[in-house]
Write a new protein. Structure first.
Lengths: 199, 205
């Protein structure tokens, strides 16, 4: 990367630094915590965290093109689920589906399951729909919509990136075992949340 | 290498620094042009799609980038001028158009669709018209506000050019994929924003 590109990236980051955390567009109503609360929402529950990190882990295990297709699929379908939740479309059983996502994705990472790409995309997309629906359904009133959504999407993407980064361990032999160990953790977490959802 | 790493660390720390800002009522005390620049810098609803469109233009090549670079600020000035001339729209109209444009730009970037330079210029003009109007709607016409609009358009030009400069030289697959992933985030943002509008209507900011 050239120095000019470094400078361009720095300028863009400086613009990001101007992201207002206490601003309202045109009509200031005091709902000033949109970005922060949107960012916190996906990382506020371990059931969401383990599933989103597991998507990245599984993508890394599957390699190209899944490594980028799955993290592209998940936010889009999750946003569609959030859209359904926001407009009030009923989607029963979302808590069970969210817990099941941890079980299934954990099992996939543990067993290094390699289905056809479309099957993986559909599986991840289906779970993303339920995760998004839960978020959309729970959205607090009186937030700055755009900033909240921006924080929400960024946090989700960063969780996937975390999973993919951890997934890079698989290039080493011991790393492959470590990833399968992470799959056990996700699987166990999913079972715990499934127990809670069914109880 | 150490100097470059230091630049990155300082820039990342700067991005983490919290700011308390009041968009739209910005008076810098440094004149209307810099008021416009500051307004743009404090309005993510303005600069997020500009960056997204810039990434997309960069992936489409230098010819498209040059055409869109001219079209976007001109559209912004046009939208602002129309708004100052007394444009009256339902309160939900501009947020709805904004959500649609986020979805369109993000979707096109994520799929890396091969638009012609003219089609892309049309998209850039549409974004400029919508956001320029949203920024200036309800503002009385006058030289000072026209200069504020000029400051915004200059900022749009610079930020768009910077975004283009990031993706234009990209050759490695993983970098192009990263740019496309940012498109999926932008599309997701548009979808969520549309949901907010349908749920809360004109109360959405």
């Amino acid at each position: 990367m050239t120095r000019r590109q470094d400078l361009a990236v720095c300028l863009l980051l400086a613009l990001i630094a101007t992201l207002p955390t206490d601003a309202g567009a045109h009509i200031v109503k005091g709902e000033a915590i949109g970005f922060v609360s949107g960012f916190e929402h996906p990382i506020s529950g371990f059931d969401h965290i383990i599933a989103m990190v597991a998507v990245g882990l599984w993508g890394a295990q599957l390699g190209a093109p899944a490594i980028w297709l799955l993290p592209v699929t998940f936010p889009l379908v999750m946003a569609f689920g959030g859209f359904l939740g926001l407009i009030g479309v009923p989607l029963p059983g979302s808590e069970i589906a969210i817990a099941l996502s941890g079980v299934c994705l954990g099992a996939a990472v543990l067993t290094r399951f390699r289905p056809p790409l479309w099957v993986a995309a559909v599986l991840v997309g289906t779970f993303g729909l339920f995760h998004g629906y839960a978020h959309g359904h729970e959205l607090p009133p009186g937030q700055n919509a755009l900033l909240y959504s921006l924080g929400f999407i960024l946090a989700t993407g960063l969780l996937h990136a975390t999973g993919i980064t951890i997934g890079l361990l698989q290039r080493w032999h011991w790393g492959q075992y470590a990833l399968r160990g992470a799959g056990v953790v996700v699987f166990g977490g999913g079972l715990y949340f499934l127990w809670g959802a069914l109880a | 290498m150490k100097a470059r790493a230091a630049i990155w660390i300082v820039a990342a720390l700067a991005a983490l620094a919290p700011t308390v800002a009041e968009a739209h009522l910005v008076v810098t005390g440094m004149g209307p042009v810099l008021d416009g620049v500051t307004h743009f810098g404090l309005s993510p609803e303005d600069y997020v799609p500009v960056i997204g469109l810039g990434f997309y233009a960069g992936l489409r090549g230098p010819a498209a980038s040059r055409a869109w670079l001219a079209a976007l600020p001109l559209g912004w000035i046009g939208g602002g001028a129309v708004a100052m001339a007394g444009l009256a729209l339902p309160a939900v109209a501009l947020p709805a158009v904004t959500a649609g444009l986020y979805l369109a730009i993000g979707g096109l970037l994520a799929a890396n669709v091969n638009l012609t330079a003219a089609q892309g210029a049309g998209l850039a003009v549409a974004l400029g018209l919508a956001r320029g109007a949203a920024d200036l709607i309800g503002v009385a016409p006058g030289v000072a506000h026209a200069l504020t609009l000029l400051g915004m358009a200059a900022s749009v030009f610079v930020v768009f050019a910077l975004a283009v400069s990031i993706t234009l030289p990209m050759r490695q697959l993983w970098m192009i994929v990263a740019a496309r992933v940012s498109g999926s985030w932008l599309a997701a943002l548009g979808l969520l924003f549309a949901g907010w509008i349908l749920r809360f209507g004109a109360a959405v900011q």
